[in-house]
Design a protein around this ligand. Structure first.
Ligand code: MLT
Length: 214
């Protein structure tokens, strides 16, 4: 981690874990226009008692927070995405140290833009995230070096009628992550881009089967 990375580099919310899920930290990554508070209720619903670490994206698009720039919907500024991915990875490492959290218990949970940067973390910083829940994600970029993702578990939830992230794009991401060795589970909702009760229930059950117990 660069000397300069500090837990104060991102506005964020943090809640300590407690009980049997205390060793898990859910890294909550919001969608376009969200903030660090947005997904805290989702984290509580997904795995009660897990620690919650939720940064706010540092890029502004017409006043809306995001984790990286895009040229237009679904077309990303790849150079910015690479820089922002490294910056977020450095911050996560700083936060794990500052809050004394177990790196092996880290699970990224991203929605939309947050899911896309989590996918980018898998591809560019393959040792950072042992697990992730990616809701409405697509292939964010083509890595120049194939990442080693054996031992990584990821749950991808797509919407069959999502106009923003077409189902075929989520399928491409699932195939890509699996080709690098990740253990990929997919879940499909019949609807569109919005988070559905079915996404939450399926992610809950996936997490409860794999969360480390402390
Ligand atoms: C992105 O920019 O990451 C995707 O288009 C989804 C979103 O707008 O959040």
């Amino acid at each position: 981690m660069p000397e300069s990375a500090s837990v104060t580099d991102f506005h964020h919310a943090f809640t300590n874990g407690h009980g049997s899920a205390a060793r898990t930290t859910l890294l909550m990554l919001h969608g376009t226009g969200g903030d660090e508070h947005d997904l805290v209720p989702l984290a509580r619903a997904l795995l009660p008692g897990a620690a919650i670490l939720a940064p706010r994206g540092r890029v502004l698009e017409n006043g809306m927070s995001r984790f990286f720039r895009r040229l237009r919907e679904g077309v990303f500024d790849e150079e910015d995405l690479r820089v922002r991915t490294a910056e977020l990875a450095d911050w996560v490492r700083a936060a794990l140290a500052a809050y004394d959290l177990d790196p092996d218990g880290l699970v990224a949970v991203g929605f939309s833009n947050g899911a896309n940067i989590a996918a980018s973390l898998h591809l560019l910083e393959p040792r950072l995230l042992p697990a992730s829940v990616l809701i409405r994600a697509m292939v964010p970029l083509q890595p120049s070096t194939p990442p080693e993702l054996h031992g990584v578990a990821t749950f991808l939830a797509g919407g069959r009628l999502d106009p923003m992230i077409p189902a075929v794009e989520t399928e491409r991401l699932a195939t890509m992550l699996a080709s690098y060795g990740a253990d990929v589970t997919t879940h499909w909702e019949p609807g569109g881009h919005g988070l559905a009760a079915g996404d939450v229930a399926a992610a809950q059950s996936w997490l409860s089967r794999r969360a480390p117990r402390g």
